[in-house]
Ligand binder design. Structure first.
Ligand SMILES: *Cc1c(COP(=O)(O)O)cnc(C)c1O
Length: 379
């Protein structure tokens, strides 16, 4: 099945009890048993829920994996992966990581004895130099947030494999329509389904997809034991969002390409971070591992002060000033004070995450209107 068919059909069939074409929301916490232990595969809704099961199958298919495991948020999914580790284990990740992921690694798991190192992961030699016998997990995010750096998934996962290190790719920014890390050698793929998968900014949800059965068993165990599961209504909303994933992401990427070009030519803009430009250091790798270059664009201003950025942030009308990304509507954000406020300023400045950096999540509106909106705000 091709991608555009999978989003509609993979793992989904009319409901066996009624023939309902759309997956019902099984709003129940428990299931009747005919005799003790004799049931239809469902005992208690933390452990199994039919709406969730359908979504898990669908997500597995989209990511070219065998097992999907759903959680109440992207962070809950990541937390479950962190629980695979033991005190003394170490993680290597990228130094412009999503702020919430950085916070979970440093503020929660460090006190349990799991140490995280942050390097410029686009340079595989920096990763290699950090590997030691305690390294147990490589946490990859590509494109990165908000600097839109590209990490070579195949090469980095290949290096990890040589050392018996698990790999996870946070695929939230790309979505499975643009890239499928499992096919490039990753052990796990993580999604904040809150973003492109849900796609309508109306649900918080997370997921992991893996191929290995043992790893899946461990993660299902953690899902049930720790219990950060999504409700059936949220699973329904993600299933519904996914049905148009390919159309939405296709259009958003087209819009982003036009907006990136517009910003590049604007005299008040000093720098545009967008992997679609041939001058972007990750352009070639992006071209190899992604279908398009994504719909996130970051830019910096000639006048590199927070005040200059604020003028733009409060003067767009179609771009809403808000956290998050991946919805049908366009959003504008200020990473230094919003998504990345939990990263110390010195760390931020090292990677170019200045006080005047602005991040756009380009939606699926008409590109002419979006450009006009930015043009006015830049004036
Ligand atoms: C939003 C986000 C997360 C966290 O997901 P939640 O659903 O908000 O918990 C993780 N990684 C990336 C790249 C994100 O954008």
């Amino acid at each position: 099945m091709k991608f555009g068919t999978k989003v509609i059909h993979a793992g989904i069939s009319p409901d066996p009890s009624t023939g309902a074409v759309m997956t019902p929301i099984y709003q129940t916490s428990t299931y009747a048993q005919a005799a003790p232990g004799k049931h239809k595969g469902y005992e208690y809704a933390r452990t199994q829920n039919p709406t969730r099961s359908v979504l898990e199958k669908n997500l597995a298919a989209l990511e070219e994996g065998h097992f999907g495991i759903c959680f109440s948020s992207g962070m809950a999914a990541m937390d479950s992966i962190m629980k695979l580790l033991n005190p003394g284990d170490e993680i290597i990740s990228t130094n412009d990581l999503y702020g919430g992921s950085y916070r979970l690694m440093t503020r929660i798991y460090e006190k349990f004895g799991v140490k995280s190192h942050f390097v410029h992961m686009s340079d595989i030699e920096e990763v290699r130099a950090r590997i030691n016998s305690r390294t147990k997990l490589l946490w990859i995010e590509t494109p990165t947030n908000p600097m839109l750096n590209i990490i070579d998934i195949e090469k980095t996962c290949g290096l990890a494999r040589q050392h018996g290190i698990l790999t996870c790719v946070d695929n939230t920014f790309a979505s499975p329509y643009l890239q499928t890390p499992l096919t490039l050698g990753a052990d796990m793929v993580l999604h904040s389904a809150t973003k492109y998968l849900g796609g309508h900014s109306d649900v918080v949800h997370g997921a992991i997809v893996v191929n290995d059965e043992k790893l899946a068993e461990q993660l299902y165990f953690i899902q049930n034991a720790a219990g950060a599961v999504p409700g059936p209504q949220d699973c329904f909303l993600v299933l519904r969002g996914i049905k148009t994933l390919h159309l939405r992401v296709e259009r958003a990427c087209q819009n982003a390409a036009r907006i990136a070009q517009f910003l590049k030519e604007h005299p008040k803009v000093s720098k545009v971070y967008y992997p679609g430009f041939p001058t972007h250091p990750g352009h070639e790798v992006a071209q190899q591992q992604m279908r398009h270059f994504g719909a996130m664009v970051s830019f910096d201003l000639v006048e590199d002060q927070y005040a200059a950025a604020e003028k733009i942030l409060i003067n767009t009308h179609l771009f809403t000033l808000a956290e998050s990304l991946g919805g049908v509507e366009s959003l504008i954000g200020h990473p230094a004070s919003m998504t990345h406020a939990s990263i110390p300023k010195a760390e931020r400045m090292k990677v170019g995450l200045t006080d005047s950096l602005i991040r756009l999540s380009v939606g699926i509106e008409d590109a002419d209107d979006l450009i006009a909106d930015l043009e006015k705000a830049l004036e």
